[in-house]
Design a protein around this ligand. Sequence first.
Ligand code: FE2
Length: 201
Amino acid sequence: MTHLVEPTRQGVLHYEPTTAAIERRAPAERRLRDVQAIFADRLACQSLLTTNPLIYRVTQVEDHNGEGDIHYGIGMLMPGKVGREYFMTKGHIHAWRPAAEVYIGLRGRGMMLLEDERTGECLAVELTANSTVYVPGYTAHRTVNVGDEPLVYWGVLSSAAGHDYGAVAERNFRLVVVEKDGQPVVMERVDFLAELQGAQA
Ligand SMILES: [Fe+2]
């Protein structure tokens, strides 16, 4: 005898790893106009705004909100650059600061910028297909696509974590990931801004 039940009631959802779509879920899209303030090169940003490309798409599953429950979401970050700076997410820190998160790479080649709010320590780590990144609590995190195909990944975290975008938007991240001689390099933002000013003077 077969018992057919609504899949989501059993916690089953199907997703598409190449497009980051989840069945019956509406993705949120961020285009360059939505996130332009995060990029350092204002001139390059202005010229790209004429086409206002898609930067990333996120689909969240936040069905369960009781004590001990989990939220998760899939992100697809497009390949591309604003000037020399690779496409990236706005980044955030969790509203409940101790909440950690695990990122699970499905497709593409990327990096994550991690910045500890308490110590100021900054780190850039790889996020690629078939790798995971553990983001500890109190740590702002941003995803960067340094490859030439979409970067697709899951994020899984406590349902109590919440997202604080404002704290990160005020100061941006201290590190940037930029292209140099065809390769991604990690730099201090102040040094990159000085290079830009020199190049545009
Ligand atoms: Fe997060």
